[in-house]
Design a binder for this molecule. Structure first.
Ligand code: 13P
Length: 266
């Protein structure tokens, strides 16, 4: 079993990666890891995530209350957003929040990542919706993100950044890296006259491959809120990815799942 100290070191390594790859500026971004149902490690607020050592890392409970913190370190100001993901997605073991340049530019321009342009992005992420703007550190962001948690493993935060989560720290970081790469490719191909999108049949085959790989997490290929609206997938939502998330069966299932989780966690 990996020791808590080792996990703290891994969080520092991922912090350095997001900083070195310019996914965050100055003191931006935050990272957390679930140890068990009532213990979570998280980055402290207000420090550069590129220069942390294990002593910086704080421990909180399921409500984000401090269990352990050294010196003047306090948990991330976005801890509520992280805890909402853990609460509503029991399969998630790690959450990474960053402000990658391309992904954040799309979040600022109000353009969700819905164009099927390359196999890896379709398999790893599907589409990436934009959660409505919320004031950082308040319940507004967790509330905005909540609507998408049952469908997606990565979400853009309007005028703010991106959020990725998965069943390990490395996998959550990789989602963030894939998301930024997808956004960068989309940006550049738009500059070159617009991407040549993969066809629906090609997208469908990629969705099948994803199923064969037995990949963990949610994927709009299976859960797209649009596929009950006579549209085959998120890649066919007309650029409003996630905005049709009301009234469909998949939405009802997501709402029921959420209620059950809430009951179980009481
Ligand atoms: P913290 O340093 O409090 O984690 O906040 C950084 C950030 O990016 C807020 O969105």
């Amino acid at each position: 079993m990996v020791s808590e100290y080792e996990i703290k070191k891994q969080i520092c390594d991922i912090g350095k990666r997001i900083y070195d790859r310019r996914m965050v500026a100055a003191n931006d971004g935050n990272i957390s890891v679930k140890l068990n149902d009532n213990e979570f490690l998280c980055t402290p607020t207000g420090v550069s995530k590129g220069f942390m050592t294990p002593e910086y890392i704080c421990k909180v409970d399921a409500n984000g209350n401090v269990l352990q913190a050294n010196g003047n370190f306090k948990p991330s100001s976005e801890i509520k957003m992280h805890m909402r993901v853990y609460k509503e997605r029991p399969d998630v073991q790690s959450v990474v929040h960053a402000h990658p340049i391309y992904a954040t530019s799309f979040a600022i321009a109000g353009i969700p990542l819905t164009q099927p342009i390359m196999p890896e992005a379709i398999i790893a992420l599907g589409c990436v919706p934009i959660a409505e703007y919320g004031t950082p550190s308040t319940e507004e962001i967790p509330d905005a993100v909540s609507k998408y948690l049952q469908y997606y493993d990565a979400v853009l935060l309007e005028n703010h950044g991106a959020l990725a989560y998965s069943d390990s720290l490395l996998a959550a970081y990789h989602k963030m890296e894939s998301l930024e790469f997808y956004a960068e490719l989309l940006f550049h191909s738009r500059q070159l006259g617009g991407p040549k999108e993969l066809s629906q049949a090609q997208v469908k085959r990629l969705y099948e491959i994803r199923k064969q790989f037995g990949m963990t997490g949610k994927h709009p290929a299976d859960l797209c809120p649009n596929n009950k609206d006579g549209k085959t997938s998120c890649h066919n939502c007309g650029g409003n990815c996630g905005n049709h998330a009301s009234g469909s069966d998949s939405d009802l299932i997501a709402a029921i799942t959420k209620k059950v989780i809430e009951q179980l966690s009481k």
